[in-house]
Each structure stands twice: as C-alpha cells, then as structure tokens.
Ligand binder design. Sequence first.
Ligand code: C2E
Ligand code: CA
Ligand code: CA
Length: 423
Amino acid sequence: MSLIGRHGVLLVSRLERTQGVIATILKQDEQLILSRVVADGSAALACVFRDRPDLILIDMDLPDLMGLSALQLIMDHSPIPVIILSTLTSEGSAQTIQAMRFGAVDYFHKEMLVSGLEGEGVVTYFLERCKLAVQNGVKGVYPATTHPDGYMDSLQPGAPLINGALLQRRMDIEMHLRHAITKKEFNLVYQPVVDISTSCVVGMECLLRWDNVDVGFVPPSEFISIAEESGLIHEIGEWVLREACRQNRKWQLAGLPPMFVAVNLSRKQFNDCRLSGIIAAILQETGLEPNYLEIEITESLSVDARLAADTLGKLKELGLRIAMDDFGTGYSSLGYLRDLPVDKIKIDQSFIKGLQHGQVNAIIVSTMLAMANQLNLSVVAEGVETEEELQVLREYGCRFVQGYYFSKPVEVRHIEEMLYQLA
Ligand code: C2E
Ligand code: CA
Ligand code: CA
C-alpha cells in the first residue's frame, strides 16, 4: 500500500488505549497511515496478504503470548518490518528480547509513547524510527557495529545468539536516561589543557558523567550512543552546553584566570538546524563571551561536507572556536581540514600512547604538527600519560597537551585546588 510516498501501518492490538495512542501519533505524520487495526496473528497475516502494509506494530499486551506468535506467523510467511510495543515490566522486557530474536526490527515502551503525547520529542522520534524501519526493511534499524563489544550486532534481527542481558541493560539505560536531567543525575567533570611552554592551564574539556541508582555508573562511551539513538541527545547536549558555559563564567567571576571550555558535540546535535540558535541563547543567558567556548567535533559528524561547512560557518559567526577531535582516526581527515573552517586539531590518544622517537607514530605526530603549523591550526596532543611522551612532544614543538600526566578529568569542587597545583 505504498502510495506516492505513503506507508501503510498495520496495528495488532486489543487495547483501546494503545489503539488510541497510536492513532493519535500517526495522525501527526503525513507519510505514515494507520491502515488497519486487528486483534491477532491470523487476522494480521490475512491483512498482510490483502493490504500489503509497509510496517506492522504489535502490541505485546495480548493474552497468552499472542503478540509473539503473531510476530512469528508474519516472519514465517511474509517478512515485513515489525516494531514491538512493550511495557516497562520484567515480563514486557523478556517478551521484547524474545521478539527481537524472532526478527522484530525495533521496540518501543508504551509508557514512553503515552508520556510522549505530552511533549514533542518522543513522538517525533517514534515517527522517525517507524520510517527508518520502513526504509531499511527487515534488515533492521540498528547499525551493524556501533558498540565495541558488539552488542548492537546482536540486536540484528535473526541473530541467533542475541544477548538478552545486554538488550535488557540497553532498555534500562534508555529508560533511566529519560529522567536523568530532571533527577539531576548528570555531572560534568573537567580535564585541563595545558600550555607546556608556560605550564599554565589554558582551557578545560568538559566530560559528561552519569550515575543512576538502578543502572549504576554508566560511562559516556556507552550512554551517548543510546542517547543518540533515542533522540535524547538534544536535551542532554543542551544541558551540557549550558552547564559548561555557566561554570566557565562562574570561574571567571570568581577571579580565576580566563580559560576556554571545550564541549563535545555529537552527530545528531551537529545536524540539528537549531544548533547555532541554541548556542547563541546559552551564551547570552550565561554571559560567557563566545571566544571562551570551543566546540569539539569528530570527523564522522556529517557525511555531507557542504552541510557541515554551513553549520560550522554559523558557529564561527557566533565567535566560537572549532576543534577537530580524535584527529587522524577517521578516513578523510585531510579533506575535512581542507573543506571545514577548523581552528584546532586534537591528535588522537592512539598516536600518543608509548610515543618514542623513530616510531611510525612519532613520524605521524611530527608530520601532523608540521602540517598544522603551515595551516595555522593550533594542536592539542590528547592522552599524554608519561614524561617520555611529553618529552617527545616537546621536542616536536607541540605546545598544548591534555592527559592523565597532568590531570584526570576532575570534579568542579577540586578544580581550584588543581589549578594551584599545576601552576
Ligand atoms: P573524547 O572526547 O576523546 O574524550 C577524551 C576521553 O579520554 C575521556 O574519556 C577522557 O577521560 C579520556 N582521557 C583523557 N586523558 C587520558 C589519558 O591520559 N589516558 C587515557 N587512557 N584516557 C584519557 P571519557 O570521559 O570516558 O569520554 C569518552 C568519550 O565520550 C569522549 O571522548 C567523548 O567522545 C564522549 N563524551 C564525553 N562527554 C560527552 C558529552 O558531553 N557529549 C558528547 N557528545 N560526547 C561526550
Ligand atoms: Ca573530546
Ligand atoms: Ca578525543
């Protein structure tokens, strides 16, 4: 039933509440049309053959595990992308895990959708995920390998060894992440960037920390990707920007030597057309001068260099600086330097680890420094841990460094003390 860009959606549910919520949400989109609502698997299958829907939503709140059997029936006869609507209970989670094993491409908690009707974010995200499911078909909506331990891999439909515990953890993280801002569970720590010619701290990179009573301490490498996938990154990223600017202004007002604060920007934030407006408002609200804010981007931020150049142009107009993070690890580093208005490169830690003269890494680092010098870019070496690494960097003329050698990321309450120690 794909009629000129429209996608038919079949809902399998017996609950009026679910039917109402889904109907209301789908009405907000022009492309997704709720074509039919049925109560069980065999009616769903008949519909699949008759109406050819592009997407099926199955409510797991059907009696006797009928949701799972409806899913199996569809997968066995006519595979179509299926999204599971589950509840945030242990039974609901177990069923979701089973359903992903059986080939569902995505899941949503109904509690989230109901609460989402009050705000915009969740509904937009749900609609986006539905379209992504239609677009990607049964191959699924999760990127193949987004996590170092490969647990995204296991979310791929049909993967026989899906790791239920990991999926459960992902769901728990997503659920608690939703309330992390209101519950004040986030915290920023700051890692100094040191000028080795003067031993002065010239800036601070802020790094996000999240501690939750139920899921415990979760490292950013784990929760940032979940925040991105669930659309929560916009809210979280804005909180980080505001908090970092506010804190930097506070240090200035307390009489500390002025330094820049560097904020990591994630891909979704970067591709949000409201970004420069949000940053301008935050600068105004906190009273921080734009030259004390630096934005760190990575090479994977945007596939479209022209779009990225546009966005960065707007940020530069505001007066802030742009740093290319993890430099050297992407595949198009040099093209990015050519096409984008970057002020600084941060040499990735992998080039610094165990740095010694004569090594391939040493040749790469000295070449990066020479190139940056010619291009008038400033350079920070990241992940400096030892005196030896620092010595080699010094000899190559690298002026700015960051790493455990000087300091681990520290909490605000220890910053002043740390600044006096380093001085
Ligand atoms: P990154 O931007 O490359 O941040 C540097 C990471 O290296 C930090 O890990 C830092 O603690 C660690 N590090 C710094 N010096 C050393 C060192 O000498 N040795 C070693 N082994 N590690 C060092 P962290 O805090 O776990 O952050 C990991 C990544 O998470 C960051 O990588 C960044 O990409 C992301 N991240 C952190 N906070 C935010 C945030 O607020 N927003 C976004 N979008 N991403 C964030
Ligand atoms: Ca960074
Ligand atoms: Ca980095």
